[in-house]
Design a protein around this ligand. Sequence first.
Ligand code: ATP
Ligand code: MG
Length: 256
Amino acid sequence: MTEPFLVARNIAKRFGALTALANVDLEIRSGEVLALLGDNGAGKSTFIKILAGAHPPSGGELVIEGNPVAFHSPKDAAASGIATIFQELALSENLSIAENVFLGRELKRSILGIPFLKRKEMRQRVDGLLKELDAHISDPEAPVGSLSGGQRQAVAICRALNLNARLVIMDEPTAALAVAETRKVLALTRRLAARGCAVVLISHNISEVFEVADRIVVFRRGRKVAERLAADTDHEEVVSLITGAHPDVRALEKTN
Ligand SMILES: Nc1ncnc2c1ncn2[C@@H]1O[C@H](COP(=O)(O)OP(=O)(O)OP(=O)(O)O)[C@@H](O)[C@H]1O
Ligand SMILES: [Mg+2]
């Protein structure tokens, strides 16, 4: 087995008196889709915000490819190859697809000291990424405001790829999507993993999780209560792990 891309050790997060996360150990591997499941308030978003550099942990450590890291901002996490796609995508409606993909890292050339955008190169690069993702978007010059929800997810994924992300985290990417769009986003998720990216997917849709995930981790009340290979579990067991009815979870919660 290869070394994991990221190891989280004993991660804790407290908000004042509230313990949102305690003792979370997790390994995230390249080429693998890891689904993070759990009830509302279980700590999933808090955990990925720590991975994304949006919250500092109250305890524990993150190790990337063997090196301990401390993120002080989302920029630090991005520099370590971590891209997070939040449900509210944060794309700029009135910019084109290509402009969104390159936002903040535009390719420029300087003529007589005056910077000019390399529009053609950027368009070609985005065209290539969209084709690679099989995103069915024909015109990278189209404004993002004209795209559907699934197409926007595709643009956000392109953006992550363009940043050479090694880990792409998606917090409920399909929650607001119709059936066909959901299918496309799930296919994109698999394609990211096939490219060697590590993918963390948060979803409340268990059927969808079984379609794409290699591994399933369940959080409950701020703790990791279970980890299974998707191939070794089923819908029913996962539900009982989430609700706490599963004997393993009961035993664990008795000792805590
Ligand atoms: N910034 C914050 N300040 C105080 N408490 C917070 C903050 N963010 C999260 N919490 C609390 O931490 C706990 C975990 O919240 P979190 O958002 O991680 O849950 P979640 O598993 O993502 O739930 P959902 O499925 O509803 O999105 C909750 O009790 C929540 O109220
Ligand atoms: Mg959440």
